[in-house]
Ligand binder design. Structure first.
Ligand code: HEM
Length: 314
């Protein structure tokens, strides 16, 4: 099931470069999925958002158990830093807060229902992490990369949207999106600049861990394709927001996003079509008006080009 993302890449490049280049397409797919749009726009129903956090909790628990177990593995050791990165504890705290359920949130019907009927991709994701922990730890680096660098990259943007959508402006219930600056003892407080530094440190660690072992790099790169697929699959398990009574076409427009992570206004395409139609209608009316006053065809053409200039330059 792994995505074959590596064939064209030169495996002598550093691990971080290979991962960025080799997963660009898979990232694009995850980024443009409907579930990602619902999540990042804060459109998911509150219970569905909590159910998503519960799935993430189990994914991170499996990942972080595996990383703890193989902390001394040469590929994994340079990026092993649970005090800085571990997300399972913050997810548990956020879920408990959102459910107002303290530490017994696991007994909540939303959670028992999820475990009784796990979406197949969710079950596969956790099983894959357990399998690697058991038999082949090096590709765990791919899973850690996809989750942690993703959280460090888009997290702050999503955080703001979620705070507004679910009434969490005081920050409680959003600790999953908080990181501590590199070397700081306390949780939280990292700025975008701090997160950049953490990412740089992480990339250096990946490069050091994989070194010039081409076989390990290839395996990690392929595993990263699978990790992205699994994350896209998790988004696909999300239930559409009840507030959206729109058909698929509108939802697809709404997931369009810029590379900088700013979501485009889904109405933009409609505005643009409307303005083109208005312009054509105006030109036809002007044509009849000028022709009725005896203007020649050439005059008319020159006038049209002049009239179009400001519109074209805008
Ligand atoms: C709404 C969806 C998403 C948006 C808007 C988004 C946006 C971005 C942006 C702007 C960056 C570049 C950050 C930088 O230059 O430092 C980035 C990097 C990254 N994202 Fe996403 N992302 C999305 C979804 C995801 C998902 C679902 C995953 C995987 C679970 C993911 C994993 C990553 C990773 C691993 C990187 C680091 C790439 C690298 O530099 O090697 N992203 N993302």
């Amino acid at each position: 099931m792994a995505t074959d993302s590596s064939p064209a890449l030169d495996l002598s490049q550093p691990m971080a470069t290979l991962l960025r280049l080799g997963t660009a397409q898979a990232h694009e797919k995850a980024e443009h999925s409907k579930g990602a749009a619902w999540l990042t726009r804060g459109e998911l129903d509150r219970d569905e958002y909590i159910r998503f956090l519960m799935m993430l909790y189990h994914v991170y628990s499996a990942l972080e158990r595996a990383l703890d177990r193989h902390a001394a593995h040469p590929v994994l050791a340079p990026t092993y830093n649970p005090a800085l990165l571990a997300r399972a504890p913050s997810l548990a705290a956020d879920i408990a807060f959102l459910l107002q359920a303290s530490s017994d949130w696991q007994a909540h019907p939303l959670h028992t229902e999820l475990l009784a009927h796990p979406p197949p991709t969710f079950a596969q994701y956790v099983a894959r992490l357990d399998e690697l922990a058991e038999a082949d730890p090096a590709p765990l680096l791919a899973h850690a990369y996809v989750r942690y660098l993703g959280d460090l990259s888009g997290g702050q943007f999503i955080r703001r949207r979620l705070a507004k959508a679910y009434g969490l402006e005081d920050g409680r219930g959003l600790s999953f999106y908080d990181f501590a600056p590199l070397g700081a003892a306390n949780a939280g407080g990292a700025t975008i600049g701090d997160m950049k530094k953490i990412k740089e440190w992480y990339r250096d660690g990946m490069n050091a861990g994989a070194g010039d072992n081409a076989a390990a790099k290839d395996a990690i790169l392929r595993e990263a394709g699978l990790a992205f697929d699994l994350n896209t699959g998790l988004f696909d398990t999300l239930r559409p927001p009840t507030s959206l009574s729109t058909p698929d076409s509108v939802a697809v427009t709404s997931v369009e996003s810029t590379k900088a992570g700013q979501l485009r206004d889904p109405h933009e395409a409609v505005y643009r079509q409307f303005s083109v139609l208005s312009l054509i209608a105006a030109l036809i009316l002007a044509h009849y008006f000028l022709a009725s006053r005896g203007m020649s065809v050439e005059d008319c053409l020159v006038w049209r080009v002049e009239a179009l200039k400001p519109w074209l330059s805008s």
